[in-house]
Design a protein around this ligand. Structure first.
Ligand code: ARG
Length: 282
């Protein structure tokens, strides 16, 4: 460890209680291709997907999270990726409007759930894929575009939440949602509060990230390739892909407590830990 790393490791990271929404992958399969990870010609194992997903679900319970479940819908195999179901902040749920028709019906299904569980639902006008592309750090919403969510949805976010929204443009088709290339480790925004994959962003966005997060973790291509960044943190415990071993080391050096899970079956659909997790903020 270098001197700064040693100093950071002594940071006592504090967990804040999380409330999340998940969807069991009872109907998971890969029957269409809307991202480069998906190969409908190859077999998938729904039972394995459910088993792996359960380890994530149980880990969240062990970490003391409140975990809500939405009923999976037959014919919507990607519904397990709950992060795309919307963006929820201040008790207001901004609904998703999916780019691909295959996922279209997920938008209303999630909005129905939000409405039935006491959230104020805002119907989306622009294409957006929820927390897959919108991540909160401090009081700022970092919003991805380039593949899925329209930049116009970033204006909707500004109007609804009255917060600063920073647009980040993604350029690598393998990292098509912001949460595949950018991880929030400390949502309060302290030192080393985020991690990202620099090559997934255009030059302007990379400059913004460097300026705002000089101490960010940069992950290796190997870790990015197992969707290591697609992780979920409570500020102390960071749940990551177990195969992202260098990311795991970097997290420890900065005082975080990494927990590896194997979601290899869900990776066949192009998603990981974070994709399966939608944070609910009242
Ligand atoms: N098959 C899904 C899609 O391409 C995967 C979504 C992953 N979700 C995420 N938040 N990155 O839409």
């Amino acid at each position: 460890m270098t001197m700064t790393e040693t100093a950071q490791a002594t940071i006592e990271r504090r967990a804040t209680h999380r409330t999340v929404l998940m969807c069991e992958p009872s109907h998971f399969t890969v029957s269409y291709r809307i991202n480069p990870w998906m190969h409908p010609e190859n077999p998938t194992d729904t039972g394995n997907a459910v088993e792996q997903w359960r380890t994530l679900y149980e880990l969240y319970l062990e970490l003391g999270f409140d975990v809500h479940l939405i009923d999976p819908v037959e014919g919507l195999p990607d519904m397990v990726y709950a992060a795309n179901g919307g963006f929820v902040l201040d008790g207001i749920a901004y609904g998703a409007r999916f780019q691909f028709p295959e996922r279209g019906p997920e938008g209303p299904a999630y909005m129905d759930w939000f409405g039935a569980h006491g959230f104020e639902v805002r119907e989306p006008v622009s294409t957006n894929e929820g927390e897959g592309d919108f991540l909160l750090v401090g009081d700022t919403i970092y919003a991805g575009t380039g593949f899925r969510s329209d930049a116009a949805s970033h204006d909707e976010l500004r109007r609804i939440y009255q917060r600063e929204v920073v647009t980040l443009t993604l350029v690598d088709p393998s990292f098509y949602h912001l949460d595949t290339a950018f991880a929030v480790l400390d949502s309060a925004g302290g030192p080393a509060s985020v991690a990202y994959l620099p090559k997934a962003f255009d030059d302007a966005s990379r400059a913004i990230l460097e300026e705002r997060f000089p101490e960010a973790i940069h992950v290796t291509d190997e870790d990015a390739a197992v969707l290591g960044l697609n992780s979920f943190s409570d500020g102390r415990n960071v749940v990551i892909a177990s195969r992202a071993t260098d990311f795991e080391r970097q997290l420890r050096e900065r005082g975080y407590v990494p927990h590896g899970v194997d979601l290899s079956e869900l990776l066949l659909g192009g998603g990981g830990v974070k994709c399966c997790t939608l944070e609910l903020r009242r």
